[in-house]
Design a protein around this ligand. Structure first.
Ligand code: SF4
Length: 289
């Protein structure tokens, strides 16, 4: 089978930096208790890899976050994830003399900086997924940051200024963002639109919308916990010509797909997908007649 792999593929620079920082911290502190506060990236393989270095990942989805932060001691090292976090988390650890490392990606940091620069002068409409760490970090900066969640009606009566800043989570789909921006502009003519999808996400999405006409199968590789992987899948589903579109996280899942009759497949991967998984899936497909 002919395989077209959308590039870039595998980990983005933000993810590579987060993982390598965590491993470096372990090597420099062989006896410390090291914790990743939340999923460093949304990929179970990464969590397992970190476990092998005795770095424990704390799932913060359904816990009392403040209480857990208060439980760390000065013998611990806490690593914050690439997605960002509220400032109060750092404040608590500083008060308790707990060492922490911030691996927030530069794209996410830039987003927060834009919010900080604007929040005194205007309200901010933040387009994102509720409870995603990046959204939590953005909303924590000020009560003037208001969440616009896709698929849910936004209460425009909350906007009291003529020129709110419109900003977004870095891993949204550029297609859905276009529609939302259009709607906001129709409601608030003076809205200042900042498209903050990160390049690692955008390039993959754009390439996925321009695939050859003779492609008969699309496979998106990545975890269903990864926002940008799910957005790639949503974009792929909008392709009217290709009927067979799958999202998988392992070679085993690909083996369950009926590949009979398929001649040309497009592979795309999320920014937290391991290159090893991509390589083995690619090899398997190339060897499939
Ligand atoms: S997906 Fe984008 S924003 Fe997220 S870590 Fe990677 S480069 Fe940074």
């Amino acid at each position: 089978m002919e395989v077209i792999e959308i590039k870039p593929s595998g980990y983005c620079l933000g993810v590579i930096k987060a993982i390598s920082t965590a491993i470096k911290v372990r090597k420099e502190n062989p006896n410390a208790s090291i914790y990743v506060f939340g999923l460093l990236v949304h990929n179970d393989d990464v969590t397992k890899e970190l476990n092998a270095y005795s770095i424990e990942t704390i799932d913060i989805t359904n816990i009392d976050i403040i209480k857990r932060l208060e439980e760390f001691s000065s013998n611990d090292i806490v690593i914050f994830t690439a997605h960002g976090h509220p400032q109060i988390y750092e404040d608590i650890l500083s008060r308790k003399n707990v060492r922490f490392i911030d691996t927030t990606c530069s794209f996410v940091k830039k987003n927060i900086e834009l919010i900080e620069m604007n929040k005194m002068n205007r309200q901010i409409i933040y387009i994102g997924k509720n409870n995603h760490p990046e959204t939590v970090a953005a909303l924590s900066t000020s009560d003037r940051v208001l969440l616009y969640e896709k698929g849910k009606p936004f209460d425009y009566s909350m906007i009291k200024c003529k020129d709110p800043l419109v900003i977004n989570q870095t891993t949204l789909s550029f297609l859905e963002l276009l529609d939302i921006h259009k709607e906001i502009k129709e409601k608030i003519n003076g809205a200042i639109i900042e498209d903050e999808i990160c390049n690692a996400t955008r390039v993959r999405q754009e390439k996925l919308t321009h695939i050859d006409d003779d492609v008969d199968l699309i496979i998106i590789i990545g975890s269903n916990k990864s926002s940008n992987t799910k957005k790639l899948f949503e974009i792929a589903l909008q392709n009217r010509k290709v009927k067979d579109i799958y999202m998988v996280n392992s070679l085993e899942e690909v083996k369950k797909i009926d590949l009979k009759g398929h001649k040309k497949v497009v592979l795309a991967s999320g920014t937290s997908t391991s290159i090893n998984v991509i390589k083995e899936i690619r090899k398997y497909l190339e060897e499939t007649k």
